[in-house]
Design a protein around this ligand. Structure first.
Ligand code: ASP
Ligand code: MG
Length: 418
């Protein structure tokens, strides 16, 4: 059996969904599990709605209406106006209606997951219905009864044994009967609340199912020809990798390559299941295969750019050296504030840490650190990571820029700059 994952960009409009059907049609003789993300930029819009609700701002209803209208416009491009799918979609949005009727309580991350998850619940309703309309027999599956997580909202930790138990119990027979369409990015807690697995987590969902089911492969259908050495929106002369091994793919995603979610590879590597990254506009193209013993060929360095970085320098209040005890205490504070470190560097009197700026977590972290240390920071920075660098690759990228921090190992160079 095969696992397919379609991201938001591939199902952003009626045309995208019609194209999905064309892709699926080519594989209709296979057993297929299809994992789908929210359509287009829906997750961003739902994040805005969550904030508007929590802050009780005036634009809340407008944002919500915009999200609904976007989906109804797509529906209008695919179905007759009396199709049952209109009710299914309306009933799914009711989950948000219930939530926003009440006063917000204080667990932002919990509220976030209950609202933002509706993007995937709606997109899968639409796609399952359209597959059926196109004669491709499909079953909609609520992933929250299959991927079990703890209650770390916005970053649910998968409970593997329970998840494997649920997936292997009924899915194989369901897959033998029809295509199964389910939500990426979501999980469920033991109290039946919805969790999310972290932004862009649908790839991870596909890999969890594939690992539990022993799938032949996972294919993630993208709006790029495969995995490229750099972002084609930023660089003109990119090259595509035909093959990469699992460890290289893990390293790339760790440094911020956004083609695949960082947690995706490990379950596949453990189960030796290949991951194919293929262009959804050209299903016959080879794309990139991530697998064991791949021929890693790096004709060009891999360039990964992360924007919106903060560089925070921490020193002791009495100017004493930064010791191992300090480092362990400081990193503990980062973990507690749920801030992930991208690069770090120590000197005698200060410890510098570069990470993604996230409004929700930043002030808490800063306050926490300043209660014991002195913390200063620069924001709005860019982190450039270059893997397999040669010659002037790094210098060419940093020329004329103000460099705040620079670090390199044999394989990987990292620069934080403005
Ligand atoms: N819709 C979610 C997001 O945009 C999950 C995903 O796309 O993988 O983050
Ligand atoms: Mg997405």
């Amino acid at each position: 059996m095969l696992v397919f994952k379609f991201g938001g960009a591939s199902v952003k409009d009626a045309e995208g969904i019609i194209n999905l059907i064309k892709v699926v049609e080519k594989y209709k003789s296979e057993q297929l599990l299809i994992v789908v993300s929210a359509m287009g930029k829906t997750t961003n819009a739902l994040e805005k709605l969550t904030k508007a609700y929590v802050d009780q701002t005036d634009d809340m209803q407008d944002i919500y209406e915009g999200i609904k209208q976007y989906h109804y416009d797509i529906l209008a491009g695919l179905f007759d106006s009396n199709d049952a799918v209109f009710d299914e979609v309306a009933n799914t949005f009711v989950e948000i209606d219930w939530m926003i009727e009440d006063e917000p309580h204080d667990d932002f991350d919990f509220i976030y997951d209950q609202i933002v998850s509706v993007g995937e619940l709606v997109s899968t309703r639409i796609i399952a219905a359209y597959l059926n309309k196109a004669g491709l027999k499909s079953q909609w599956l609520d992933v929250r009864g299959y991927i079990h997580t703890d209650n770390t909202y916005r970053e649910g930790v998968v409970q593997w044994d329970k998840t494997r138990g649920s997936i292997t119990l009924s899915l194989p027979s369901q897959l033998a009967r029809s295509i199964v369409v389910t939500q990426g990015f979501l999980g469920g807690t033991s109290e039946n609340f919805t969790t999310t697995l972290g932004r862009e987590g649908s790839d991870y969902t596909a890999s969890i199912f594939a690992a539990c089911l022993g799938a032949e492969s996972v294919t993630t259908w993208k709006d790029v020809p495969g995995i490229l050495n750099a972002d084609p929106k930023l660089f003109a002369d990119t090259v595509k990798f035909d093959e990469l091994n699992y460890t290289e793919a893990i390293e790339m995603t760790y440094y911020g390559a956004t083609v695949i979610h960082p947690k995706t590879i490990k379950p596949l590597q453990n189960a030796k299941i290949p991951l194919l990254v293929k262009p959804f506009n050209d299903p016959a193209a080879s794309g990139t295969v991530i697998k064991e013993n791949a021929a890693n060929v790096f004709s060009k360095p891999v360039i990964i750019i992360k924007q919106n970085q903060v560089l925070l320098s921490i020193s002791t209040k009495d100017y004493s050296f930064i010791s191992e005890d300090h480092l362990s205490d400081i990193l503990g504070r980062f973990a507690k504030s749920r801030v992930k470190v991208n690069v770090m560097q120590t000197s005698a009197l200060s410890f510098s840490v570069c990470f993604d700026y996230k409004e929700e977590y930043f002030n808490g972290l800063l306050e926490n650190l300043n209660s014991v240390y002195k913390a200063r920071y620069n924001s709005g920075l860019t982190l450039i990571t270059v893997r397999h660098y040669t010659g002037n690759a790094v210098r060419d990228l940093t020329e004329g820029k103000t460099i705040f921090l620079e670090q390199s190992s044999r394989n990987t160079a990292q620069v934080v700059l403005k």
